[in-house]
Design a protein around this ligand. Structure first.
Ligand SMILES: C[S@@+](CC[C@H](N)C(=O)[O-])C[C@H]1O[C@@H](n2cnc3c(N)ncnc32)[C@H](O)[C@@H]1O
Length: 232
């Protein structure tokens, strides 16, 4: 028997997939500069021509044009997502743009086998939905090339927000019913702690009144025997 939470999530995104590119412009709230934040996240990857990038929970591939611009035709993107219908939209985007350097993998991020020596890993508005987000960060960090970048852009509840207000705000933006679980789990804290543990030079920036964050860290070089960049 499948995992009911995962199945509910897949069903939710199956319904959203066709119109996701339009509806997500209002995500997480009207006025939120989503495209600008996406661009910021891609810039934080520090990409160069020819780099390989994994986009975890890539959805319909809204990050692909920004990544393609940085890596060019000699680079490579692997887009991973759980929901077939979101990947179908991503495939349409790939064909419309004539990109031949992107492969899509339908997989749970928690079980995805990262390619070795990948130059960069990105996840936008998705990792906090994965209960095993700490494991995903660890698996990715282990696969990153030395100095490669792991970047997460996602939502959070602002600090010092009364519980009821956080609940109301996030209920408006979260697409699935497990909102209480999401608030209780405080995944942004889990993500921050895991990135601190697994990566060097972690930067953490709160966005849009603390309702979102951009986190970026670097993979350790083989000669490092600590995870905090203290030897560099
Ligand atoms: C809000 S959308 C974000 C999509 C895309 N990253 C973006 O920025 O537009 C969340 C995506 O996460 C995917 N997702 C959720 N849980 C996942 C998991 N455990 N493994 C892989 N993908 C997952 C969903 O299928 C959906 O496409």
């Amino acid at each position: 028997m499948g995992d009911p939470t995962r199945e509910h999530l897949i069903e939710t995104y199956r319904k959203k997939a066709k119109h996701y590119d339009i509806t997500s412009r209002l995500y997480p709230a009207p006025g939120y500069p989503q495209r600008a934040q996406r661009l910021r996240a891609v810039q934080a990857l520090g990409l160069r021509a020819g780099d390989s990038v994994v986009d975890i929970a890539c959805g319909t591939g809204l990050n692909f044009p920004l990544i393609e611009e940085a890596i060019g035709p000699d680079g490579r993107i692997v887009g991973v997502d759980l929901t077939d219908a979101m990947l179908a939209q991503a495939q349409d985007r790939i064909e419309t743009n004539g990109w031949s350097n992107i492969s899509l993998v339908q997989a749970d991020a928690a079980e995805f086998d990262f390619p070795a020596e990948v130059d960069a890993i990105l996840s936008t508005y998705a990792l906090s939905q994965v209960p095993e987000c700490a494991e995903v960060i660890a698996h990715g960090a282990a696969a990153l090339s030395g100095g490669g970048r792991w970047v997460v852009l996602d939502l959070k509840v602002p600090d010092n927000t009364p519980g009821w207000l956080g609940q109301l705000g996030t209920a408006l933006v979260r697409p699935f019913a497990a909102i209480d679980e999401w608030i209780m789990r405080r995944p942004w804290e889990v993500i921050r702690a895991a990135m601190q543990e697994e990566l060097a030079d972690l930067s953490w920036t709160e966005l849009f009144f603390g309702t979102a964050f951009l986190a970026a860290g670097a993979g350790a070089f083989p000669c490092d025997d600590d995870s905090n960049g203290l030897l560099r």
